[in-house]
Design a protein around this ligand. Structure first.
Ligand SMILES: [Zn+2]
Length: 321
């Protein structure tokens, strides 16, 4: 029976639990998880008055090895794979047929509607599984499958061209990957974070301090202050991409400023398959290298507060024994 870390009660920190062994059905695989990325969105469940399911195993992105395959899958036991959070969608609506399955009315996600990946082993549909080459460090690859994917799609959603100036607000797991994606696209990047460790990382990656009006801004931390700063920092007519989501955050903007300055708010969450393939190709070429802080699975409950308090570099990644 796999050990996992889960939220078991609203407003209580997650704890280690043991999950029942789930059978592997047709079209499914069992994956032995090696590493699972964690972020502020996962922390957000702690702040809700009611959990979307109880217990809720968080975790939207992971890397592991296929342990068992159901009928009708092309995957092979032993294969190294990445796990993405979209479990299912209707398949026939305009979003699904237009490459926007993640916004299907019936979309179901691991780590939200279904158990996530912060577990020694998970059973997932083959749709959530991306075959990988063996050999790379699973903990470094894990952040690519939701955070890195969202980072590239956020940069694309900004709609800029090489030489344009992109602002990045928040330089944690998501923001530091947005900086890398934007620089690789030939954009100039101005970036800011209230946490000195994260700000240093952004500058070390090649960003400048946030200053002046930017052609577009990507907000990478889920707070109303960050979104307000993004709207203040963007030039008239520019886009503010909201790339960080948390189930517990609301935001408040001046309607008059937003409309009269022609600011467009654009969401970014995951992306199209072509963007995921591009993120993985950039990772193989070394153009995108997630910075990570490792935490063994058993220590996640005790070190859970890092997600709120910061002071660490890059994405927090839980590693399984
Ligand atoms: Zn649909």
């Amino acid at each position: 029976m796999p050990r996992a870390v889960a939220f078991t009660h609203p407003r209580e920190a997650p704890i280690c639990i043991t999950l029942p062994d789930e059978p592997v059905g047709p079209g499914q695989v069992r994956v032995q998880v090696e590493a699972c990325g964690l972020g502020v969105a996962d922390f957000g469940f702690f702040q809700l008055d009611a959990l979307p399911r109880q217990p809720l195993v968080p975790g939207l992105e992971a890397v592991g090895r296929v342990a068992e395959v159901g009928e009708g899958t092309a995957l092979v036991p032993g294969m190294r794979v990445g796990l993405t959070p979209l479990a299912s969608s209707c398949g026939v609506c305009r979003r699904c047929t237009g490459g926007l399955e993640r916004w299907c009315e019936q979309a179901q996600f691991h780590g939200w509607h279904l158990d996530g990946f912060l577990s020694e082993s998970v059973v997932v549909g083959a749709r959530a599984v991306v075959p990988l080459e063996a050999g790379d460090d699973p903990a470094v690859l894990a952040p690519l499958f939701a955070t890195g994917w969202t980072a590239l799609s956020a940069v694309r959603a900004a709609g800029l061209q090489a030489g344009d100036r992109l602002g990045v607000v928040g330089l944690g797991g998501l923001g530091h990957l947005v900086v890398q994606c934007a620089l690789a696209d030939g954009l100039e990047v101005g970036a800011v974070d209230v946490d000195p460790t994260r700000q240093r990382l952004g500058l070390a990656l090649g960003a400048s301090p946030l200053a002046g009006k930017l052609d577009a801004v990507v907000v990478c931390t889920p707070s109303t202050q960050a979104i307000q700063l993004g709207v203040r920092s963007v030039a008239r007519g520019g886009r503010v991409v909201l790339a960080a989501a948390s189930p517990s955050v609301r935001f408040d903007l001046s309607l008059f400023d937003t409309v009269m300055r022609g600011v467009t708010l654009v969401p970014a969450f995951l992306g199209g398959r072509a963007e995921l393939d591009e993120v993985l190709a950039r990772s193989r070429s070394g153009a995108i290298v997630p910075r990570i802080t490792r935490v063994p699975l058993d220590e996640v409950p005790a070190r859970f507060w890092l997600l709120r308090d910061g002071g660490f570099e890059g994405r927090l990644v839980a590693t399984m024994p």
